[in-house]
Design a protein around this ligand. Structure first.
Ligand code: NAP
Length: 312
């Protein structure tokens, strides 16, 4: 069910702080600012005065309220959208400390699982709301982002009071929010896709066409079989043919597409592997399920990521 139907006029303006104005945060902040219903504050590391948003409906230039130092934050926000990479979450702690109060909601727009466990310790009693992101965001310049919409929905959220409140924020914007009764299954399905597409493209330094090789397809099915066993042990309702379904979804994408981990590796940035294969390995360990293939990907990509972090 899509939730962009509530009348925007029925909602009082909210203060929405967006931490991280990268590909995903830039698009979210831009779409909210373009709708003009709420007060949007960008929490950034470098000053920025405007944001240009390229979206299917056209290009808009938006004035932005931005802060570069958490000490400048005057009061808690109604909503915080945490849009950093997963491994940058801890660095957002000073922002969260100033922006969060018990009545604040923190929407976490990050890949992987375990959003609540990762962010709640930093959120001062605020409610943490995990979000699945389906839209493609690309930061073209520090003050310019592009939105591409490949699926029927742009984000998914649990169909509960917090999820519905999140969906209302985006009512009337370009971003479509799906309310989902079985959020746990959906977030694992996204994890399955990410847990093969990202590491394989990053390790081979090839775009998604590499997934279509027969030997790589077999490897992906084996990696996914481990992950599905772990997901089921976690209580997630994954079907017997989930690995094949995940690959079938991946094959609907153009082989020319990269992945975020592929681009991060090319750019010498840290990789989000702990939030993807690392999460599968950790959950497997909790349930006594061996995950040797996911562990191999994790170890190799951690080594790549650590070298990037130390400038190697
Ligand atoms: N890009 C996509 O299409 C896409 C799709 C689905 C899901 N996702 C997921 O969405 C999440 C965000 O990814 P992304 O692609 O938007 O990453 P990104 O382009 O690298 O953006 C991350 C942003 O966070 C900022 N940041 C990091 N630490 C910060 C801090 N302490 N204070 C303020 N800003 C901080 C970075 O600032 P600097 O510019 O200063 O480095 C950067 O602008 C990831 O979990 C990713 O896997 C992405």
């Amino acid at each position: 069910m899509s939730a962009n139907s509530p009348s925007p006029a029925t909602q009082r303006p909210q203060t929405i702080a967006v931490i991280g104005l990268g590909s995903i945060g830039g698009v979210a902040a831009g779409c909210l600012a373009a709708a003009g219903r709420h007060r949007v504050i960008a929490c950034v590391r470098r000053p920025i005065e405007k944001l240009v948003l390229d979206q299917p409906g056209g290009t808009v230039e938006l004035k932005l309220t931005a802060v570069t130092d958490a000490a400048e934050v005057e009061e808690p926000a109604d909503w915080v959208l945490l849009c950093t990479k997963t491994h940058q979450t801890q660095s957002a702690a000073p922002w969260l400390a100033r922006l969060c109060a018990p009545e604040t909601r923190v929407a976490v727009l990050q890949n992987g699982i375990g959003h609540v466990e990762r962010v709640a310790p930093l959120a001062d009693g605020a409610k943490v709301v995990p979000i699945i992101v389906y839209y493609n965001g690309e930061r073209l310049a520090p003050d310019r982002v592009r939105l591409r919409q490949g699926s029927d929905q742009d984000m998914a959220v649990a169909d509960d009071a917090d999820g519905r409140a999140f969906a209302r924020l985006f009512a009337g914007t370009a971003l479509r929010v799906q309310l989902c009764a079985d959020f746990a299954t959906l977030i694992w399905r996204k994890l399955l896709i990410n847990a093969v597409a990202n590491p394989i493209t990053a390790l081979t330094l090839q775009r998604q066409a590499v997934l279509r090789r027969a030997d790589i397809e077999d490897l992906c099915l084996a990696i996914l079989a481990e992950a599905v066993a772990v997901g089921r042990a976690e209580g997630v309702r994954l079907a017997d043919d989930e690995p094949q379904r995940a690959l079938a979804t991946l094959f609907t994408f153009s082989g020319e597409l990269g992945t975020s981990m592929y681009f991060d590796r090319l750019a010498g940035r840290q990789l989000e592997v702990d939030a993807l294969n690392g999460a599968i390995v950790a959950a497997g360990a909790r349930h006594g399920i061996a995950t040797p293939l996911n562990r191999a990907l994790l170890v190799l990509l951690r080594a790549v990521s650590d070298a990037a972090a130390s400038g190697g």
